[in-house]
Write a protein that binds this ligand. Structure first.
Ligand SMILES: [Ca+2]
Length: 334
């Protein structure tokens, strides 16, 4: 092939590769509502920087008693190209998960019994309970910090409704990997892959933290800055959002993703922990992942992992879907 022809073809190819994503982006809405009613944000097609080439020269991981060396499982930093997809703007909430539990008779998270949220599934039954009993429930079961002794029935019911409304917007937790996957299936979605999670939270250029490359205290619900009740209603930390507008990524609850904990392609790092033993979780949580080295846990490239059956009070999830319309699947009762 002669040179002008090659040049022409190269130009044409670049033009087409520029135009196709633009055309796709133009035809896709920037924000949609998922089948579960959750707001989802478009993450446009294209390249992003995944992983890192960083090295823990001063061996601080050992000093902190980390179960793995830092950074090595992020190697090598590499470019990944993904088609466009939608991701939940917030972590999946109690209210959304409650609808799933109702419709599929799924097992509810264990703490719904302890904090009384399970009662919200049959809220109308509270109307028939005598006032004295309601006073006891509000004070001792829901542990709402209020003097219930002189409250009448209507006041008690309103207090309970406000309490449920607050819990509605708290992310669901104490859900294992299969429950998170089943929820996403039910909503016509999937758990994000590590690639999808990392692109949506670090942006195309692979920044260190959702807000930029420099660590700042107090940006997310973690450690010292944690919400008094642990997990905060989603979106409570306005500064914890990615360049694409995905919220609560550095903190609040850590999030299940689809993948097993394994080496990245072309990595020369090996680990006995790799394989089909642990599922990756991403993003720091409000407490349980360690109060030390918070900066490390809030990095967008950081990979943590737990066994798929883990149910933790600082571990939740969010879902993705690859087109504006999700495809619902039937969920078997567990
Ligand atoms: Ca999170």
């Amino acid at each position: 092939m002669n040179k002008p022809k090659t040049l022409f073809l190269a130009l044409l190819t670049s033009l087409i590769s520029l135009i196709i994503p633009l055309a796709n982006a133009a035809s896709l809405p920037a924000v949609i509502k998922g089948n579960d009613g959750a707001e989802m944000v478009l993450i446009p097609a294209g390249n992003f920087v995944m992983g890192s080439n960083k090295v823990d020269k001063s061996k601080r991981a050992e000093e902190f008693g980390s179960i793995k060396p830092w950074y090595m499982d992020e190697h090598p930093q590499h470019i990944v190209s993904l088609p466009s997809f939608y991701m939940d703007k917030y972590e999946v909430t109690n209210q959304q998960f409650r609808e799933f539990v109702k419709q599929t008779s799924y097992r509810p998270p264990s703490h719904w019994l302890e904090n009384g949220y399970l009662v919200s599934m049959k809220r109308e039954k509270l109307n028939a309970i005598p006032t004295k009993r309601l006073q006891y429930i509000v004070a001792e079961i829901f542990r709402i910090d209020i003097d219930t002794r002189k409250m009448n029935k209507q006041q008690l019911l309103s207090t309970i409704d406000e309490y449920f409304a607050m819990l509605d917007n708290v992310p669901v937790y104490n859900v294992n990997w299969a429950a998170a996957r089943d929820y996403c299936d039910w909503a016509g979605q999937t758990l994000p892959t590590e690639e999808q999670w990392e692109k949506a939270t670090r942006g195309p250029s692979g920044q260190e933290f959702p807000w930029g490359d420099t660590f700042q205290d107090g940006m997310s619900n973690t450690g010292e800055e944690e919400w008094v009740a642990g997990a905060a209603p989603v979106g409570s930390y306005a500064t914890d959002h990615s360049p694409y507008g995905i919220y609560d990524v550095a903190g609040n609850v850590s999030e299940w993703v689809m993948d097993w904990y394994d080496a990245y392609p072309n990595s020369d790092y090996t680990s006995k922990l790799f394989g089909k033993r642990f599922k990756v979780i991403r993003g720091a949580g409000w407490g349980g992942n360690g109060h030390y080295a918070l900066q490390m846990y809030q990095r967008g490239a950081y990979r943590l992992f737990v066994t798929p059956d883990a149910e933790k009070e600082d571990l939740g999830f969010r879902c993705v879907q690859t087109s504006p319309q999700g495809v619902r699947k039937n969920i078997a009762h567990n």
